[in-house]
Design a protein around this ligand. Structure first.
Ligand code: DGY
Length: 324
C-alpha cells in the first residue's frame, strides 16, 4: 500500500509526478488559515511530511501519530523540535549543499549593494533625482581589499570566503566553534575570537544556524565593538540578532549599513523601523531563491522523504539518533 504524504509546499510537475508514483499525496497549497486547517485534518493519516517555512511543534505533530519522516525543503532546521522528533523516532532530513553557492551569492549581493549603495542610488535615478554628477554625499565604499568577517564557517561561510578571497582580494577573518586549518590554508583566512572579528572586519557576515546557543548572539555589546565603517550582513536567521539593538546601531550610525535577508519576524512588517533607514538593504529571505536551486532543494527533499518511507536512511538525516 502506498504511504500517505502531506505536502505543504508546491512542487514542480516532474517532482509531483514522482511523488504520486510512490505515495498518496495531500497537497496543502498555502499556509493561510484555510491551509492550516486542511493540514490539521490531514495530519492524523500522514506518514510523511514535506515542506518548508512552517513551525512544526509538538502541538501540531501530536496530531500525527503515524508520522515516520519529515523532509524539510531547507538547510535550516530551526522550525523543528529535534529532541521531540528523535524521541518519537521521526526522521528529519534537510537540503544542505545544493543551496550553498546560491546563498553565498546572495551574501555577496548584499555586500555589494550595501557598500556601493546600489538600491538607494538606483531609487534616486528611478525617482528622477539624478540631475547632476553624483558627489561624495552619494559615494559608497570599496569592497575589494576590505576585511571580510565571517561568523560561522560552515558550507555557506566557506563559499563566502571563496568569493571574498579569490574574487575580491579580501583578507578573511572568521569565527566558529573551533579553528579550521583547511579553510585557513585555502583562503588565507585567520581565526579570531568573536570580539576580535567584530572589531577588525569591514564586513561582518552572519552565516550561523539558529540554535539555543546562537539566539541573540549579536546585540548592543557586539554592535558597540564594531566601527562606524562596519557593514553588517545577515543571511542566516533574524533571531541570531537583537533587532532593536541593530536598529539603534544603524540609526546612530554606530555602524555604516546593513544588508539583511532575514528578520526576527518574517515577513518583515512594512512599518518596521528598518525600512525607514536609507543605510539598510532588506530582502525577503531569498538566500536560496533561484529557480535552479529551489528545484534542486525540492528534489533533494523528495529523495530524502522517499528513502525514509522506504525504510532506507535518507542522505541528509538531521537526527541520526532516530534511525534504528
Ligand atoms: C534554508 O534553507 O534554511 C533557507 O534559509 C530557507 O529557509
Amino acid at each position: 500500500m502506498k504511504k500517505q504524504v502531506v505536502l505543504y509546499k508546491k512542487l514542480s510537475p516532474s517532482l509531483m509526478a514522482r511523488l504520486h508514483e510512490q505515495a498518496e499525496v495531500t497537497l496543502i497549497e498555502s499556509l493561510d488559515a484555510q491551509g492550516l486547517a486542511k493540514l490539521r485534518d490531514a495530519l492524523p493519516r500522514a506518514q510523511g511530511l514535506l515542506g518548508a517555512s512552517l513551525k512544526l511543534d509538538a502541538e501540531l505533530l501530536d496530531l500525527a501519530p503515524n508520522l515516520e519522516a519529515i523532509a524539510s525543503v531547507s538547510v535550516g532546521v530551526d522550525n523543528y523540535d529535534i529532541d521531540y522528533l528523535t524521541e518519537r523516532r521521526i526522521l528529519l532530513s534537510n537540503t544542505p549543499d545544493v543551496l550553498t553557492e546560491t546563498t553565498a551569492d546572495t551574501g555577496f549581493a548584499l555586500i555589494l549593494a550595501t557598500a556601493r549603495r546600489v538600491v538607494e542610488l538606483a531609487n534616486m535615478v528611478r525617482d528622477g533625482q539624478w540631475t547632476r554628477n553624483i558627489g561624495p554625499a552619494h559615494f559608497g565604499s570599496d569592497v575589494h581589499g576590505k576585511t571580510l568577517g565571517i561568523i560561522g564557517m560552515g558550507r555557506i561561510g566557506e563559499a563566502l570566503a571563496q568569493r571574498g578571497h579569490f574574487g575580491f582580494g579580501m583578507p578573511v577573518i572568521y569565527h566558529s566553534h573551533s579553528p579550521k586549518p583547511a579553510v585557513e590554508q585555502r583562503f588565507n583566512a585567520r581565526y579570531g575570537s568573536l570580539d576580535e572579528l567584530l572589531q577588525q572586519a569591514d564586513f561582518v557576515c552572519l552565516t550561523l544556524p539558529l540554535t539555543a546557543e546562537t539566539e541573540g548572539l549579536i546585540g548592543a555589546r557586539q554592535f558597540a565593538l564594531m566601527r562606524p565603517e562596519t557593514i553588517f550582513i545577515n543571511i542566516s536567521r533574524g533571531k541570531v540578532v537583537d533587532e532593536a539593538a541593530l536598529i539603534q546601531a544603524l540609526s546612530e550610525r554606530q555602524i555604516r549599513a546593513a544588508g539583511l535577508d532575514v528578520f526576527e519576524r518574517e515577513p518583515l512588517n512594512h512599518d518596521s523601523p528598518l525600512l525607514q533607514l536609507d543605510n539598510v538593504v532588506a530582502t525577503p529571505h531569498m538566500g536560496s531563491a533561484t529557480h535552479e536551486t529551489r528545484e534542486a532543494m525540492a528534489r533533494c527533499a523528495v529523495d530524502n522523504l522517499l528513502a525514509a518511507l522506504a525504510g532506507q536512511r535518507p542522505a541528509n538525516l538531521v537526527n541520526p539518533l532516530a534511525w534504528r
